[in-house]
Design a protein around this ligand. Structure first.
Ligand code: FES
Length: 332
């Protein structure tokens, strides 16, 4: 799937700062907020300046309630690609193109012991899951890690719903989330749902596999823009199309390729589906893989990268894309 067609409009009905860097935005779509399932997200069209627009996906927070607006929570990325800055400039009454909700991170229906693991703003899809699971009888635990106590957004709501079943970990307090210990304490038939930055997801996958647990019992979602180094400008060469392009720090490789007319299939825009993967022919510098689609071994090999999120540090890259204009014209 390529460009989202935004056919809905929503009005901003409320703004609430949950922490110095996280703002909750309430949205009322024309016609009223429809029901959604825990883990759903909303696509939002953001304006990035110079006439450029892009889309961002934000999890819907909590569970639907009659007459209630949708809620999303936006972490201000600094530096980011401009989407969060746009969202933070919104005022009550502003109008916004939206699409959805959709759910790619569904809560499995079968009742089984569940561990929810949240890292930072990754808490947003898990709030609704925690509220839904708290009503079930199967054992439940949520492990929620953040940089500091004031970044533990929604912790009060979660504590009210989960009580002792909520455990929080703040790096500023010297508290570390021990995934091996968390997984070791789970029943044999347990499942884990994880949402957070890419390094947390890699660690969870490794610990889950190390514990000998079934891969399908671990489900995860990321916000796909956290790398091992700050974003910087790099150069990309696409010999098949005779192109040399600059990828600025505030734009993705995918955006730059598309703007130059190189079509790249994409869907999730979060480094999860792998549709946007391109072949790496040469690299000068280091690839900062920011996806969770490729395994760590595949990332180390560096033969492919996800153009929607991954970048290059300190140099340039030469790639090939799946798009073959010469084949198209030959077939015409
Ligand atoms: S669009 Fe899904 S990984 Fe890039």
């Amino acid at each position: 799937m390529n460009e989202t067609v935004f056919t809905q409009q929503a009005t901003v009905t409320g703004l609430r700062d949950l922490s110095p860097t996280v703002r909750e935005i309430s949205l009322r779509p024309d016609g009223g907020a429809t029901a959604f399932t825990a883990g759903s997200h909303l696509r939002v069209q953001v304006q990035l300046g110079e006439g450029r627009s892009d889309e961002r996906r934000y999890s819907l927070v909590g569970l639907p309630a009659p007459g209630a607006d949708w809620r999303i929570a936006v972490k201000r990325a600094d530096p980011g690609r401009g989407g969060s800055a746009f969202m933070w400039r919104l005022a009550v009454g502003d109008r916004l193109p939206v699409h959805g909700p959709h759910n790619h991170f569904e809560l499995p229906p079968a009742p089984r012991p569940t561990l929810l693991v949240a890292g930072g703003i990754g808490i947003t899809p898990l709030v609704g899951m925690a509220l839904a699971l708290a009503k079930r009888t199967a054992p439940l635990r949520m492990a929620y890690a953040a940089r500091s106590p004031d970044e533990l957004v929604y912790a009060d709501d979660l504590r009210a719903a989960l009580g002792e079943r909520l455990a929080t970990f703040c790096r500023s307090e010297g508290q570390a989330l021990d995934l091996e210990a968390e997984f070791a304490a789970l029943a044999a038939d347990a499942q884990a749902l994880v949402c957070g930055p890419v390094p947390l997801l890699h660690a969870a996958r490794a610990a889950w596999a190390g514990a000998g647990r079934l891969p399908q019992r671990l489900r995860f979602e990321t916000f796909g823009n956290t790398g091992s180094a700050p974003a910087e400008t790099f150069t990309v060469q696409v010999p098949r199309h005779g192109l040399t392009l600059e990828v600025p720090a505030d734009r993705s490789l995918l955006e730059v390729l598309e703007a130059a007319g190189v079509q790249v299939l994409h869907d999730c825009l979060r480094g999860e589906c792998g549709l946007c993967a391109v072949d790496v022919l040469a690299v000068n510098g280091r690839i900062d893989h920011r996806d969770v689609f490729f395994s760590e071994a595949e990332q180390r090999e560096g033969h492919r990268l996800c153009a929607c999120v991954s970048r290059v540090c300190g140099g340039s890259i030469t790639i090939d894309s799946a798009w073959r204009p010469d084949e198209l014209s030959a077939a015409a």
